[in-house]
Ligand binder design. Structure first.
Ligand code: SF4
Ligand code: SF4
Ligand code: SF4
Length: 278
């Protein structure tokens, strides 16, 4: 189905706003990372201090010993608290609009579409089982971080690796660094063929956010009277949520990117915050 000219320009405006927000947060984290690595030497805070996942990894250690794991600062817990609040208010807006690793995957997918690299259609059944991997991963990371008293996932975290901009890639080649770059490579290759590959199947922070998102009253709703069942929403959803057949998208995988809302030619979709449409 072709979009009307006015709808097309509306959608273009939405994409400009979304891209600008995502670029801003990506640039902010890049600035913090570069400042840590170069400008202020090792005195400036590392990206770990701004990654809410450190608090998740530290939780058992903090409960049982009252101590933080190495590299974790009080700011990590403050950022995690802010994330919990944001998820309760906005559902998974953090994933759709802020997380730089989510943005990075979108950029890779966009590039792949421009290069005419075809998407892989994962069967519904396989997709269903693969989406549980991230929860197992989350449980293992929390447990292992407590047992080994260290951030076990840090060495393989593609977010941390990405924001080291290739540091240690050519020289100083240790096994840990090879694994770190392999996990980033997995994100890149996966995103070439599958939208938000890491978010869907492997991200442990995404798994945690999904659990919190169950508490959020914010959901995408569909006005059945307006809907023409054109399928545009389902076809364009990066997380493969079922939208067209639901009156409310309760799928915790929805990242609230608002793509479906803005592409719907008859404005049948809206973001409902606590029972009120926005
Ligand atoms: S699922 Fe993970 S990588 Fe994806 S946007 Fe959310 S936090 Fe970022
Ligand atoms: S909600 Fe909108 S985009 Fe989705 S099927 Fe209905 S009319 Fe089409
Ligand atoms: S359901 Fe809509 S808002 Fe949610 S991920 Fe899909 S396109 Fe984005």
């Amino acid at each position: 189905m072709k979009l009307k000219k006015s709808k097309k320009s509306e959608f273009k405006r939405f994409k400009i706003i979304k891209n600008s927000v995502q670029l801003f947060f990506f640039a902010l984290i890049s600035f913090i990372a570069i400042r840590h690595m170069v400008i202020s030497g090792r005195e400036a805070a590392a990206v770990d201090a701004y990654c809410p996942f450190g608090a998740v990894e530290s939780v058992l250690t903090y409960i049982f010993t009252g101590n933080f794991l190495p590299r974790i600062q009080i700011s990590t817990f403050i950022i995690f608290g802010a994330l919990v609040l944001a998820v309760i208010i906005s559902n998974k807006g953090f994933c759709g609009w802020i997380c730089p690793l989510g943005t990075f995957q979108e950029w890779i997918s966009n590039l792949a579409r421009k290069l005419k690299i075809p998407k892989i259609n994962v069967s519904k059944q396989l997709d269903f089982y693969l989406r549980f991997v991230k929860y197992l991963f989350l449980i293992w990371i929390i447990y292992a971080s407590y047992v080994f008293a260290s951030l076990v996932f840090r060495a393989y975290d593609p977010f941390i690796t990405l924001f080291h901009f290739g540091e240690g890639l050519i020289y100083d080649f240790e096994t840990e660094k090879i694994l770190a770059y392999l996990s980033l490579l997995l994100v890149i290759i996966g995103s070439l063929f599958i939208d938000r590959f890491w978010c869907k199947y492997a991200c442990p922070l995404g798994a945690k956010i999904n659990i919190l998102a169950l508490l959020s009253p914010t959901k995408i709703t569909r006005d059945e009277k307006k809907c023409t069942e054109c399928t545009l929403c389902d076809m364009n959803c990066p997380m493969n949520c079922e939208i067209m057949t639901k009156s409310k998208v309760k799928d915790v995988e929805c990242i609230d990117c608002l793509k479906c809302v803005n592409i719907c030619p008859v404005n049948a979709l809206s973001l409902e915050i606590g029972g009120k449409n926005k």
